[in-house]
Design a protein around this ligand. Sequence first.
Ligand code: UDP
Ligand code: MG
Length: 136
Amino acid sequence: MSNTEQTLSIIKPDAVERNLVEKIKNIFVKNNLNIKDSKKLHLTKDEAAEFYKVHQSKPFYNDLCTYLSSGPIVVMILEGENAVMSYRKLMGATNPKDAEENTIRKLYGISIDKNSVHGSDSLDNASKEIRFFFKN
Ligand code: UDP
Ligand code: MG
């Protein structure tokens, strides 16, 4: 039975800066994650803080928000079979050091904070995060 889902991807400032957008988009498409919408933008720190609100009690929250707002990002809606979990798997572990071979974070991540990409962690958060960036 098919289970088409949508999830939210962000190419973070470290990867945009290193001109990895087209390479990462090609990885998505090769892995049957179709790009339904895409835009480049630069968040304010307040917007980054709103996006990452679930992490507000974490010690890394302030640095995370500073980082996400430090330069342009590319946000995308990805669609495909079991897109939420299939994209999480393709992204790899949060810390690139722990990420499996051929995952995006293993290939391109620099460190636990500069780990190149974001992906929604559940179907519910995917729809919230898609709405955050793609309100109609
Ligand atoms: N992060 C960090 N330090 C940590 C844990 C996380 O800087 O100790 C950053 C990292 O960039 C990560 C983001 O916070 O991608 C959100 O953390 P989460 O646990 O949700 O990881 P993810 O879902 O991105 O794998
Ligand atoms: Mg997360």
